[in-house]
Design a protein around this ligand. Structure first.
Ligand SMILES: [Zn+2]
Length: 1072
């Protein structure tokens, strides 16, 4: 071994599989590896190409030297075995099995102890590359989504490292917010909870978050993710919080922060405002919906259009939230819709009992003596007739625009309210086409209310109970008794047509799983309207992958309302505002914000709770401290993480704004991508990222969402370490998990399950076998053995051309972040192409060509190039495998200035070898033909084998005839190739090949197995097989007439004689 460093010692000391191998005799090792290798490669090819005729025969062909060694090992006499020591079988300390449970942690320790990531990143002198980590929430264990995300990032970072970039990757965690606060609360008993102060709660929450960060970090490290783990960013760090306050302050000074009363999603169960991202819409929610009527008081003076129907005329509305009626301020219509005045003809009693729906109930209004007039959308008349079980006679039609400024009596307090023009949200899909408008309880209503200056009434408190403002309903729960009371009250006043259950999507608090309400409260807002145009322009400047992501974020940003950034919670960064005790006027200016920022940067945000007003106020306000109170709101956690560009990119050494890349799940279009964009555009005028990659969700193998109840959860830890039942859930290791990540098209949702993992594990094993073959056959390799390109046999030049093309394609796929293409290229090239052809043919010259012969050295030249390139191009995806190979490299690899690359990431991405790529097109085409011809020859050999003419392919002589003179000439040329490695019989792994100029003479007719084959779909080739001429060479198993003609070595062919004649046949033979 060339490398006498600590890691070499480590691999010998602790990798048990290596020890076992190295303690055996060399002969024993050779035998083992030869057997294992041959069986591995047979399996590899057959598995991937099951329909190929090659599979069935592969066991019996081309194993000359390998079979010889195998037979000898079994004690079968094969001559006297005196040449077996002249066979160069592969040798390597690189394990056949990954043994990932032991080996991966060893490799990670090796990287850690040698600070490989840091050193490589520092030594690289190319461009800097900054992938800014989106902070996962510091709550609970990691799931597959985390694994997909962090491994994708790591693949990108490691690729950039190999590209000589200065990579600085700071991992982050989102630490504040309700979920952690709730977890802490749930862990406390009633007594402790009562005595809980904000500071005690915050201390417990911080402790919980930090413990989770530690646990998650350990898991991320086990995935093989490289990051500056010693210096992560946590949103609870004082310097982070200070930077966030700074962003908030900047937005205040630019006029983008305001306090307003506005309906927000409010969770009575958590007593807080919620962001969109904190809502979920479970199936099966049923509301009590109500058709109600509001009596028209007067029509606009000039009009008189509907006067004839007064005073019996009412507006019919429909609502799923009857409890919002006390807050009603208007009824909205769509100006473009046609509305009808209908006469509701008396209720038919005989159909009353036939109504099967027991939950449906009719109001008193239809049971009265007189038939009333209602205004409803014309299109909805038939629907409503059926629903209400009543005849609706159309008396007159008008447009919605005609109804503007009609007045009706508020159904509860009797006050006069207007009919207003709403927007396109008013349709005839459901309801009556007229919308009960309560600006304090709905987003559309709020906007319509602003237009008409309607009062924003919201008589509901934090717990979801009516306030005194709601009069007789005061104290009732709006989602319970309150709702029912409103309905009863309206019914008594003859305002209800019908009540029925209504199933629809309704927002629930994602944490308490309880319904939310829309409620106007005093909140702090970021005015997205104020910088929406800049945000849209910024989106345009970013490279979005996949490109459809741009549409998603554009749509969400262009249509979103102002951002409510205040939360009524304790575990967060305070909104640094004071209120005047009497006037409630907020105090928020540059001086106050700066002062608080400097306090928080030193003491952390706890200071807001434990410091006095005098201390928190800047000097000029200190003597007025008694006039003020502290605000109690904290910031939305999306504001926390959305400030990370300021807290991290702008504040840390070696980072810069904007980042090159953000990589997160597609849900972050409305989460982190957006909150980061908004804070950055508002204060800096541009996006915090130049590029954004989004990935889908991880689903089970049937495409279903993973859930504990379905029992289909795939846990990344189980993939790596194995489950309780190792038969069902073996420990695959991090690299198999990473290989899966590379294999999926992450731009959509991705699937994983036991079957997929088994496939990944197979692929990994085969790739490991390929690398082991390369390592094993380079055991005596040194760079100075390299054969100059011009002198290489054509087969080798062609192999280098293929290698270089593959490396080029792989690089393009990394650059475009299409890792699944790399997976496909590697699978095809390293596993199928190489083992099927080049390695297969190479074994002869590697094993029996003579240790330092030209033919073996030229092959090793090609193998060394393959080993170095393959190990580097797979390293970003399979770092442990690549490092394991590197630590077992049988030769030194210098990176210039006589520096040795001790670790694979110290080597650079393989340099493009333009010379290799210049292999002429004509030759490329010819080699393609040869490869196809080889496949056809194998079919012919197989039928000869089935007919028991031959056993091993080396027992055959192949005849070819082509009527294409040009092709025939080239093939003949190949038969007589000056370079042994290029000759056709070596390529076919037969003992002889002859090109026939005609099929007419007798000799051709006597060839036992023959037939016409097509290559490339057009060239007809006649192929014949007979037994090979001459006698079998004892050493290489090729047949040759020359065997027996060398007196000192009567059992050898000419090739073997030349190899052996040059070296003494030692007394070794006597040893065995
Ligand atoms: Zn031979």
């Amino acid at each position: 071994m060339a490398m006498q460093t600590s890691h070499t010692v480590l691999s010998l000391r602790s990798c048990s599989s290596f020890r076992k191998t190295s303690s055996l005799s060399i002969i024993d090792f050779q035998r083992r590896s030869a057997i294992e290798l041959s069986s591995l490669f047979d399996f590899t090819y057959c598995h991937i190409n099951p329909r190929s005729a090659f599979c069935t025969q592969s066991k019996r062909r081309s194993r000359g030297p390998v079979m010889a060694a195998k037979k000898e090992a079994k004690g079968t006499k094969q001559g006297d075995g005196k040449y077996k020591h002249t066979v160069d079988l592969p040798k390597t300390t690189f394990g056949m099995r990954a043994n990932s449970a032991v080996r991966e942690p060893e490799i990670q320790k090796l990287w850690d102890e040698n600070q490989v990531f840091k050193k490589v990143a520092e030594r690289n002198n190319g461009a800097s590359f900054i992938l800014h980590d989106g902070p996962p929430y510091a709550n609970g264990d990691l799931h597959m989504g985390h694994a997909l995300n962090k491994i994708l990032k790591d693949i990108i970072n490691r690729y950039k490292l190999l590209q000589n970039c200065k990579v600085n990757y700071i991992p982050g965690w989102d630490c504040h917010g309700l979920p952690i606060e709730l977890k802490v609360l749930q862990s406390l008993d009633q007594e402790t909870r009562k005595e809980l102060t904000p500071l005690k709660l915050r201390a417990k929450a911080a402790k919980f978050a930090k413990a989770t960060v530690k646990a998650q970090m350990a898991s991320f490290k086990r995935f093989g993710v490289w990051a500056d783990w010693d210096n992560p960013y946590l949103t609870l760090d004082p310097e982070y919080e200070a930077a966030q306050i700074e962003v908030f302050g900047q937005m205040v000074f630019k006029g983008f922060i305001y306090r307003g009363r506005k309906p927000v999603h409010w969770s009575p169960s958590s007593r807080t405002a919620l962001a969109e991202a904190e809502l979920e819409y479970p199936e099966g929610h049923v509301s009590k919906s109500m058709y109600a009527i509001f009596k028209i008081l007067q029509t606009p003076t000039k009009d008189g259009l509907l006067d004839e129907f007064l005073p019996k005329l009412s507006l019919a509305i429909w609502t799923t939230t009857p409890w919002t009626i006390p807050a009603n301020a208007a009824v909205a219509v769509n100006p473009k819709l046609q509305y009808a005045v209908v006469e509701a003809l008396p209720f038919s009693p005989d159909t009353d009992s036939s109504l099967g729906d027991k939950d449906k109930r009719f109001g008193n209004v239809l049971k009265g003596q007189e038939s009333p007039f209602f205004i409803v959308a014309l299109d909805l008349v038939p629907t409503l007739e059926a629903k209400w079980n009543v005849k609706l006679a159309v008396k007159k039609t008008v447009f919605g625009s005609d109804l503007e400024n009609y007045r009706y009596a508020h159904p509860i307090n009797g006050q006069e309210c207007p009919v207003v023009i709403g927007g396109d949200y008013i349709t005839t899909e459901s309801g009556t086409g007229l919308v009960h408008t309560a600006p304090g309880h709905g987003q559309d209503d709020y906007i319509t209310g602003l237009k008409y200056g309607l009062p924003i009434v919201s008589p509901v408190d934090d717990e979801g109970k009516f306030t005194e403002e709601a009069g007789i309903f005061s104290g009732l729960d709006v989602l319970g008794d309150g709702n029912a009371s409103v309905i009863d009250h309206l019914d008594e006043r003859l305002s209800i047509v019908m009540v029925e259950p209504y199933k629809h999507k309704y927002p629930y608090d994602w944490r308490t799983k309880k319904p939310t309400i829309f409620r106007a409260t005093a909140q702090w807002f970021a005015s997205v309207e104020g910088f929406r145009e800049s945000a849209m322009n910024a989106i345009n400047q970013v490279t979005w992958t996949p490109s459809q992501a741009e549409n998603r974020i554009s749509t969400m940003t262009s249509s979103r309302s102002d951002w409510c950034i205040s939360r009524q919670r304790t575990w967060g960064v305070p909104i640094p505002v004071f209120y005047h005790a009497d006037t409630k006027e907020p105090l928020l200016n540059e001086e106050t914000v700066d002062h608080i920022k400097s306090i928080i940067s030193q003491k952390g945000s706890d200071a807001w709770w434990y410091m006095s007003l005098e201390e928190l106020l800047p000097e000029s306000y200190r003597d007025k401290a008694s006039d003020y109170v502290k605000g109690t709101d904290t910031m939305d956690v999306w504001f926390d993480s959305g400030s990370s560009w300021a807290a991290v990119l702008e504040n840390r050494n070696g980072l810069s704004f904007p980042a090159d890349l953000y990589v997160e799940g597609s849900d972050q279009h409305r989460g982190w991508f957006q909150s980061s964009l908004l804070t950055s555009v508002a204060t800096k005028g541009k996006a915090p990222y130049s590029g954004v990659i989004t990935h889908g969700f991880v689903l089970d193998d049937k495409g279903l969402k993973m859930s504990k109840s379905l029992g289909n959860v795939v846990d990344p830890r189980t993939i790596i370490e194995g489950g309780k039942n190792q038969g069902e859930a073996p420990s695959y290791g991090a690299d198999v998990l990473r290989l899966w990540v590379s294999s999926v098209d992450y731009t959509g949702d991705v699937l994983i399950g036991p079957q997929v993992l088994r496939q990944m594990s197979d692929m990994y094993r085969k790739l490991r076998g390929t690398l082991r073959f390369l390592l094993g056959n380079l055991h005596d390799w040194k760079a100075e053995n390299t054969i100059a390109y011009d002198e290489l046999p054509e087969i080798d030049q062609h192999a280098l051309f293929q290698l270089e093309s593959v490396v080029k394609n792989i690089k393009e796929s990394y650059e475009s972040y299409q890792f699944f293409k790399i997976f496909q290229i590697i699978q095809r090239f390293a596993i199928v192409d190489l083992s099927n052809f080049y390695f297969d043919v190479a074994k002869d010259r590697l094993y029996v060509g003579g240790a330092s012969s030209f033919t073996r050295r030229s092959c090793q030249t090609v193998l060394a190039a393959h080993l170095l390139s393959i190990v580097k191009v797979i390293a970003p995806i399979l770092p442990h495998l690549a490092e394991d190979v590197w630590q077992n490299l049988p030769f030194e690899y210098n990176i210039g200035n006589a520096d040795m690359a001790k670790f694979v990431f110290e080597s650079k991405w393989p340099e493009v070898n333009k010379r290799w790529l210049t292999f002429p097109q004509e030759e490329i085409d010819f080699w393609e033909k040869i490869l196809e011809l080889r496949t056809e020859v194998n079919k012919a050999l197989e039928s000869a084998r089935t007919g028991k003419l031959i056993g091993s392919s080396l027992e055959a002589k192949v005849y070819l005839h082509s009527s294409d003179d040009n092709l025939a000439a080239r093939l003949r040329n190949k038969c007589e190739a000056k370079v042994d490695a290029d000759s056709l019989h070596r390529i076919f792994i037969t003992s002889q090949v002859k090109i026939l100029s005609t099929l007419d003479d007798l000799s051709a007719k006597n060839i036992p197995y023959s037939g016409e084959y097509l290559i490339q779909g057009e060239n007809k080739i006649w192929i014949g097989v007979s037994r090979a001429e001459g006698t079998k060479c004892e050493r290489c198993w090729n047949f040759s007439p020359q065997v027996g003609s060398f007196i000192d070595h009567p059992t050898l062919c000419k090739r073997c004689y030349d190899v052996i004649a040059g070296q003494p046949v030692p007394a070794l033979a006597a040893v065995s």
